[in-house]
Design a protein around this ligand. Sequence first.
Ligand SMILES: Nc1ncnc2c1ncn2[C@@H]1O[C@H](COP(=O)(O)OP(=O)(O)O)[C@@H](O)[C@H]1O
Ligand SMILES: [Mg+2]
Length: 245
Amino acid sequence: MALGSPSGGASPPGSSPALVAEGLCLTWANGSQALNHCDLRLPGSGLWMLVGGNGSGKSTLLRLLAGLLEPSSGRVRLTLKPALVFQNPDHQLLLPSCGTDLQLGLAQDLAPEQRQGRLAAALAQVGLGGFEGRPIHTLSGGQKQRLAIAGALAGDASLLLLDEPTALLDPESQGEVLQLIDRLCHRPDRPLTALWITHRLEELDHCDAAAEMERGLIGPWQQGPALRRTIENRLPPLPAGRAGG
Ligand SMILES: Nc1ncnc2c1ncn2[C@@H]1O[C@H](COP(=O)(O)OP(=O)(O)O)[C@@H](O)[C@H]1O
Ligand SMILES: [Mg+2]
């Protein structure tokens, strides 16, 4: 992936970019500004990551892109159906079993056998094949997060907006969720577009490109490992050991 391509107009000829946000501003009722003429462009499928400090506007941006919030000014154009995946899957899994929960996101006009097929396919794609009847409270955190992703797939979303999806997971589940999204974004048939927010710098090594968000603005797109090094070099050194102190 060429540097800068997510914002640099590298879409294939004749196709519309997956996502364009222009001049997004969001001012809260108390007057504080979460987004300040923020621009974002994703050309198409791939795993794109955003990193930024607390309060830099990342979650607000995803909610605007998903249509859950209206910008004070600016606009969002999507050519793909979006789905949000939250940090805590318990905030989006509502019904007691995996199958019933996924039913919620399905299009209303599907015949019963189509519904079953859609559910089974979505579960299989996230490595939860045969889990239709499993009670959600018996799932691990990583399995719950993969079920939330299955919900997006069952609902035919092709733009995943993931807000620190691994923040609450153990390292093994973290790796599984990251690999799953990476695979879905690079599969030959209908690859997904994912905008992944992270605070784990090591995750930047696995994206197609990454950008830093600061004070409601997104910086230039870079290769993930390069951005990771830039941020790590900026961090204060670890406290010196007491030996010899
Ligand atoms: N509902 C709200 N009302 C007022 N301010 C908010 C609200 N939600 C978030 N903010 C503020 O907006 C800014 C951006 O928040 P957020 O998008 O959650 O940042 P991030 O996800 O990068 O940590 C922060 O200063 C936060 O305190
Ligand atoms: Mg946030």
